[in-house]
Design a protein around this ligand. Structure first.
Ligand SMILES: Cc1cc2nc3c(=O)[nH]c(=O)nc-3n(C[C@H](O)[C@H](O)[C@H](O)COP(=O)(O)O)c2cc1C
Length: 382
């Protein structure tokens, strides 16, 4: 069983993650994890914190001679901002921000200061999850499985995405500071972020995570908690501020008759018929069907805004306006990288359920013997 936990606060000394259940023999290098951490930190619309942090992982355990040993993999990412606060208390937050965890967390844990709540609710925690996802990507990459993402919408600006293989979209997204493969829309996204910043406001948007070259049959239809669509939705929904998840063009499909939605089979090689389309987004019956996986996520606008919002001081019960604390204006490009991490994690988990073993040599043998991978999957971006 593959599992992980993260710990650490936004302004604490470090974030940590422990991954348990990895097979031995998986090559792990800090620089590969750091590449993913850097991808989370860039993006038009980020706040001042990302100028301070330059995330780098330290491996504290679980690696022997460059490869996993089978012991828990222990990762740590230092918070540089901690140095700025170690000798003075962080300011109390007694006025909860609409849309953040402040209010519910204060009531639940019995504080009149939201600081201990927001320190952990902060999406700074997603740095640890990106490190965990980087390890999952390394595992999947050993079997040719690639995970990527792009941004489809920021506020009012929407990309026009023609059907083309996902890796081509991902490559263009990688060149863009808003992670958008459509340059015209990318410019509109930057302008939307600039306008929101000037207005003291914030924006959300939509990102699309995909995976290609997946074997058929990861996940299962036989039990609710083994359905891969359910597991992916839970993982993507666990990203702070993500409030909607869709597999393939699910909400468009809901408006169409079945004959225009369900992907027909065309003759291919033995046990590997081709599909005429990919409106299922790569999943049928809670299992991968060999087509590209497509998970779309809606992120709400960032709750902290320079423009003050009406609230109540929890110490006095009196009306009060929210106070601004350094914040992103828009974090959809970063969330899209976090989305890749959580999707990669779930895929690594179901991959090991099907092909797992104690050592990577066992996993490779299972994969070579049993995996059915489609040769021809041209429909990337349904
Ligand atoms: C990558 C990323 C960066 C974020 N940055 C901020 C931020 O700077 N300020 C903020 O108020 N919320 C930010 N958020 C969103 C909050 O963490 C989130 O809204 C809050 O924890 C409440 O959780 P909920 O929106 O899921 O209900 C960010 C989210 C992500 C994924």
């Amino acid at each position: 069983m593959l599992r992980f936990l993260t710990g650490g606060e936004s302004h604490g000394p470090a974030l940590v993650a422990i991954i348990d259940g990895l097979p031995a023999g998986l090559p792990i290098r800090e620089e590969d994890i750091n590449t993913e951490l850097r991808r989370r930190q860039v993006g038009y619309g980020r706040g001042g914190r990302m100028q301070i942090e330059r995330d780098e992982v330290t491996i504290l355990g679980g690696v022997w001679q460059g490869c996993t040993s089978g012991a828990p993999l222990v990762l740590s990412i230092a918070n540089r901002d901690w140095e700025n606060w170690r000798d003075r208390p962080l300011p109390a937050v007694t006025v909860p921000r609409p849309g953040h965890a402040d209010y519910a967390g204060m009531i639940k844990y019995g504080f009149d200061d939201a600081r201990p709540v927001l320190e952990r609710a902060s999406a700074r925690e997603t740095a640890a999850r990106v490190a965990v996802g980087a390890v999952a990507k390394i595992l999947l990459g050993q079997f040719g499985i690639r995970v990527g993402s792009y941004v489809e919408r920021i506020g009012p600006a929407v990309a026009e995405i023609a059907a083309e293989p996902l890796p081509a979209l991902w490559a263009r997204a990688e060149e863009s500071d808003v992670r958008c493969p459509d340059p015209t829309a990318a410019q509109a996204m930057r302008e939307a972020i600039d306008s929101a910043r000037a207005a003291g406001d914030s924006l959300g948007g939509i990102f699309v995570v995909g995976a290609v070259d997946l074997p058929v049959g990861l996940g299962s239809h036989v039990q609710a908690d083994r359905r891969l669509d359910a597991r992916l939705a839970a993982a993507v929904m666990s990203i702070p501020a993500v409030k909607g998840v869709e597999i393939g063009p699910a909400f468009q499909n809901a408006a169409l008759p079945g004959t225009q939605v369900h992907d027909e089979f065309l003759p291919g090689t033995y046990r590997r018929p081709r599909r005429a389309s990919n409106r299922a987004g790569g999943l049928e019956g809670g299992m991968t069907n060999g087509m590209p996986l497509i998970v779309r996520a809606a992120m709400k606008p960032i709750p902290t805004t320079l423009t003050q919002r009406r609230s109540v001081d929890m110490r006095t019960g009196e009306p009060a306006m929210t106070r601004y604390e350094r914040s992103d204006v828009c974090a959809v490009p970063a969330a899209s990288v976090v989305g890749e991490a959580v999707v990669a994690w779930v895929l690594a988990d179901v991959f090991l359920e099907k092909f797992g073993g104690d050592h990577m040599d066992d996993v490779r043998a299972h994969f070579q013997r049993e995996a059915v991978v489609l040769d021809d999957t041209p429909w990337g971006s349904a």
